[in-house]
Ligand binder design. Structure first.
Ligand code: SAM
Length: 222
């Protein structure tokens, strides 16, 4: 382990991410796909925000959708490209808006396990609303802030790089359901489904991370 304990998180390592997803019984991908299944049709297009190694959107590809995605981690993107299923995968930071896509250019947008790293959801929601075609679906996760919980907290995380293992601190953000719904409504989405699930545990830090999936539909017009 490198003696750099306390570094801020700088991105994911693809091999480690895939290994941990398997070891931790991570089923977020199947849950998101299952919740969206009724609303997708083969041949439609899907953008994955924070596509990582493609675990979430691979299922949509298998169901006949044309997948594109972006991520800010070159290593995760290389992991995704090695699976050869996504049509266009680019390096882009989701905090840089507008995203590099035309308005109404995708049937659906997903973002799984990403928005819990961000304090401000509004720019991403606005961009999803701009990019999705009328009646398209935005399926994403956040960590819901329950009564008594802080909106920001930190977890310690062991990450790997070419130079070895590091201990990182990651800032995590929780968002209230009322605020999420109000933001979605303000950009033209109606929530169709929501589902909470235990996503990760950090027993040494006394932290359980529950993510909430929202499946929201863009209005038919506007
Ligand atoms: C927990 S992983 C989830 C990956 C993928 N969505 C999945 O379901 O397997 C979080 C992903 O968000 C990406 N990410 C984090 N911050 C980002 C940013 N500012 N812009 C774009 N992607 C980001 C990370 O590189 C990583 O691939």
């Amino acid at each position: 382990m490198k003696p750099s304990e306390g570094d801020e998180y700088r991105g994911e390592n693809a091999a480690q991410y895939e290994r941990q997803a398997a070891e931790h019984d991570w089923h977020g991908h199947e849950i998101l796909f299952g919740l969206m299944y009724d609303f997708i049709t083969p041949g439609e297009s899907l953008l994955d925000i924070g596509i990582g190694t493609g675990l979430a959107s691979l299922r949509f590809h298998r169901a006949g959708l044309k997948v594109s995605g972006f991520d800010n981690s070159p290593d995760m993107l290389r992991g995704c490209e090695s699976k050869c299923f996504a049509g266009a995968v680019v390096q882009h930071d989701l905090q840089d808006v507008p995203f590099p896509y035309e308005s109404s250019s995708f049937n659906h947008v997903v973002s799984l396990g990403v928005l819990n790293f961000f304090a401000d959801l509004a720019p991403v929601f606005r961009e999803a609303a701009r990019i999705i075609k009328p009646k398209g679906i935005f399926g994403f996760t956040i960590e819901e802030r329950k009564p008594g919980q802080r909106s920001r907290y930190t977890i310690r995380y062991t990450g790997e790089s070419d130079e070895g293992a590091h201990q990182f601190k990651i800032a995590m953000f929780r968002h209230g359901d009322k605020r999420v719904r109000s933001l979605l409504g303000s950009v033209g989405f109606a929530v169709l489904k929501e589902h909470d699930f235990l996503a990760d545990r950090y027993p040494d830090q006394g932290i359980d991370v529950y993510l909430k999936i929202y499946v929201a539909q863009k209005a038919a017009s506007g």
